[in-house]
Design a binder for this molecule. Sequence first.
Ligand SMILES: [Zn+2]
Length: 247
Amino acid sequence: MTEPTPPQLKPMPDDWSRALAVVAHPDDLEYGCSAAIAAWTDAGREVAYVLATRGEAGIDTLAPDECGPLREREQRASAAVVGVTEVEFLGLRDGVIEYGVGLRRDIAAAIRRHRPELVVTLNHRDTWGGVAWNTPDHVAVGRAVLDAAGDAGNRWIFPELAERGLQPWNGVRWVAVAGSSSPTHAVDAGPGLERAVRSLLEHRTYIEVLTDEDPETYARTFLTQTAERAAPRFGGRPAVTFEVFAR
Ligand SMILES: [Zn+2]
């Protein structure tokens, strides 16, 4: 008996030229999403990153004032591997990001600065699927990104942004959530996978603390397995998946 074909994911929209990825921590994009970003920059699209924190609470053996600058450097290096040179840090405190009006304003400001058509973020849902609990920073930032895509276009919600010269930008057409357990769309992971491995490897300090495995083997195994899990839902091709909210 053959297995029934699972419902198929749609290819990501490709009629856009600028994307902005907004996530909580260094490495959030590299754990699964950067193969798609490599493919986009290859195709001549512009992608910029905004990181809410420097991930300074991410390494148990390293104090935040040492850890933050190191992880910022690693993040800039990992972005460069997939063709991203604009990397901004909002400077929020790692681990205690609060969802609210202030966070929406910071992200709306970033959207107005970069004027993207596509905004990418990380899973805003309570879990990664099943009982794998998400972290509060991811939930807060993901939700605020989904909200700020609308806030950025409304001149009356944060009038102080226009006073700072950030005019409304109502051009966000999609918010694509990576790492969602309810994906709707996908990008072929093949062409960008090797660079995604090298991009994740740039977070070497973090990875070396996380695992005893050889860092390259760890990064390659993690990203290959993640992409292959999506293959049955994308015509058999390893894929990066997104839950896409159209606007
Ligand atoms: Zn994270």
